[in-house]
Write a protein that binds this ligand. Structure first.
Ligand SMILES: [Mg+2]
Length: 237
């Protein structure tokens, strides 16, 4: 019997085109750092730091620690010079990216239905962003007060999607048995590998990504709007 539902955020609960979003995100970030970093230099650093974070699943360092260690090993600035500007960016500039996304009314219906039916919820968003940026996107999605048992972010995780270390870590944080969990996501390559741990998967087809990846077949598939009635049938599955 399933008792825990894991939801991806971007493209699953929030309408967002990540390519367009990242382009604006990086533009806005480089603007905040004008006069400190060349735009191209900062973008390269952020991208390489993010790749380093995704590649490193070591349990000794959080994703944030891996990212910043990489970052500060390659610049002449000290954290106290740079981190306040990042904080300002997330306080003042990041919220202005909201217009690049749209809430999905059915996301709220799905999560409220799930809560009413007694499911425990987890937000299994790829933990490459600070918690503040995740909570902000939840606000854009109109889901800021949904009581998720766990929200993954770069501060509290030591691995990233699509690595099983990430999925093991979120399951451990939930103290959940894989066979009692179901993962909803829109990205075949990032969200479905959790099936290897025995977690059932539901591919949300509203904004499908990496559909050419044939390694994993979801147990279920459909639009997010279909999930409301799916949850009612889930008791019998
Ligand atoms: Mg996604």
């Amino acid at each position: 019997m399933i008792d825990t539902l894991l939801f991806d955020l971007d493209g699953t609960l929030l309408d967002i085109d990540m390519d367009i979003f990242l382009e604006h995100y990086l533009q806005s970030l480089t603007k905040r750092f004008e006069g400190i970093f060349l735009a191209s230099e900062l973008v390269s650093l952020i991208m390489a730091g993010t790749r380093a974070m995704i590649a490193d699943s070591s349990p000794d360092r959080t994703n944030a620690e891996v990212f910043w260690e990489y970052f500060f090993s390659r610049v002449d600035y000290q954290p106290e010079d740079i981190l306040p500007l990042f904080a300002q960016f997330y306080d003042e500039d990041f919220p202005r990216l909201a217009h690049l996304t749209s809430p999905k009314p059915e996301a709220r219906q799905v999560l409220e239905r799930a809560l009413k039916k007694g499911f425990r919820l987890a937000l299994a968003t790829n933990p490459v962003f600070p918690r503040q940026a995740v909570v902000e996107r939840l606000r854009w999605a109109g889901l800021e007060e949904i009581p998720f048992a766990v929200i993954t972010s770069y501060e509290n995780m030591h691995a990233c999607k699509p690595h099983l270390a990430y999925y093991r870590e979120i399951l451990a944080a939930l103290d959940a048995e894989p066979r009692r969990c179901l993962m909803f996501g829109n990205d075949v390559a990032e969200d479905l590998p959790v099936a290897q741990l025995g977690v059932r998967t539901y591919l949300v087809e509203d904004h499908l990504l990496n559909m050419a990846d044939r390694r994993f077949e979801p147990d279920y598939r459909g639009r997010l709007a279909d999930v409301v009635s799916f949850l009612d049938r889930l008791d019998d599955m």
